[in-house]
Design a protein around this ligand. Structure first.
Ligand SMILES: NC(=O)C1=CN([C@@H]2O[C@H](COP(=O)(O)OP(=O)(O)OC[C@H]3O[C@@H](n4cnc5c(N)ncnc54)[C@H](OP(=O)(O)O)[C@@H]3O)[C@@H](O)[C@H]2O)C=CC1
Ligand SMILES: O=C(O)C1=N[C@H](C(=O)O)C[C@H](O)C1
Length: 269
């Protein structure tokens, strides 16, 4: 396993953290070199395999990112925006590539990732699955082919634990639609309809959000016109699609020069 990509997972007790650990262990091109949780978490100091309810893996949960990054090639991070910014600074200092799946960033928080990306490779995507990244390309194409008579609406649904809205994926799809149409998403996005909103403004890109149960992630891009509707749809039924994409990104990122990348770069789309 000497040529294996050595990976650190942050937020290791989370839904994605645990899925990522399993995916790293299953892949013969990757090795789990460290795992991180926040200070005070009851997993800190424990063997991560045992904390997950299985056999010991010989990897202890740390609350010190800089320590965990020693000897690693890449850190994969699905946590929360402020934590991700701290991890990006630590990864840049250590010269370790950073794969970011975290969503819910403000514009200022995204801006804060530009400096670390000058020191190390950062791959960031609101959705790491092949299917959704293909869908962004299809969305861009369809939006470019249709005029403003086709109202673009993006509908997303997720589990009841999700804390950010609209989802990172919905925003990626909105960006792709806006790019295809040749407009700035910031100027046309309609994210909060409630009450007497007035009629829909021509050219807007609307977002609608559903939260419930254990929905892994569902996204629809609707192009609605008089007499017809085109609907592009992706349904995730297993979080493994995200972790497999993240591992692919990690192996790729470990060989890249410093810079800001996304999954389209990784997948060559
Ligand atoms: N790009 C993609 O393909 C995908 C992205 N995501 C995104 O990944 C993120 C995580 O999702 P999910 O795993 O479901 O969420 P969870 O809440 O299950 O996990 C988040 C983990 O991050 C930890 N964390 C949160 N804040 C901090 C902090 N300040 N410092 C250190 N650790 C912290 C949490 O610890 P604690 O429990 O102590 O708070 C927890 O272990 C979300 O933003 C989600 O939208 C999810 C799936 C796919
Ligand atoms: O929080 C989640 O679960 C997911 N988050 C990502 C997003 O915000 O789009 C990706 C996926 O849909 C699952």
């Amino acid at each position: 396993m000497t040529n294996a990509t050595k990976i650190v997972i942050t937020g290791c007790s989370g839904r994605m953290g645990q899925m990522l650990i399993k995916t790293v262990l299953e892949n013969d091109k990757t090795e789990l070199s460290g795992v991180v949780e926040r200070s005070g978490h009851d997993w800190v100091g424990r063997d991560v395999g045992e904390a997950m309810g299985g056999q010991a893996l010989g990897v202890t949960v740390s609350d010190d990112i800089s320590e965990a990054l020693k000897g690693a090639d890449v850190v994969i991070d699905f946590t929360a925006p402020q934590a991700t910014i701290q991890f990006a600074k630590a990864a840049a200092e250590a010269g370790v590539a950073h794969v970011i799946g975290t969503t819910g960033f403000s514009d200022a928080e995204i801006e804060a990732l530009a400096e670390p990306a000058q020191e190390t490779a950062i791959v960031r995507a609101g959705n790491m699955s092949l299917g959704v990244n293909l869908l962004t390309q299809l969305t861009k194409k369809v939006a470019a082919a249709l005029d403003e008579d086709y109202d673009i609406e993006i509908v997303e649904a997720h589990h009841h634990h999700k804390v950010d809205a609209p989802s990172g994926t919905a925003l990626m799809l909105g960006e792709a639609a806006a790019e295809g149409r040749g407009v700035d998403l910031g100027e046309v996005s309609d994210r909060g309809r409630d009450g007497i909103t007035g009629a829909r403004k021509k050219g807007d890109i609307g977002f609608a959000v559903v939260r419930g149960g254990d929905i892994v992630g569902e996204h629809e891009v609707m192009f609605a016109a008089a007499g017809e509707r085109i609907v592009l749809r992706h349904m995730a039924t297993d979080r493994a699609i995200f972790s497999r994409g993240a591992i692919k990104a990690a192996i790729w990122a470990a060989k890249q020069k410093p810079g800001a990348y996304d999954m389209l770069d990784v997948l060559g789309l």
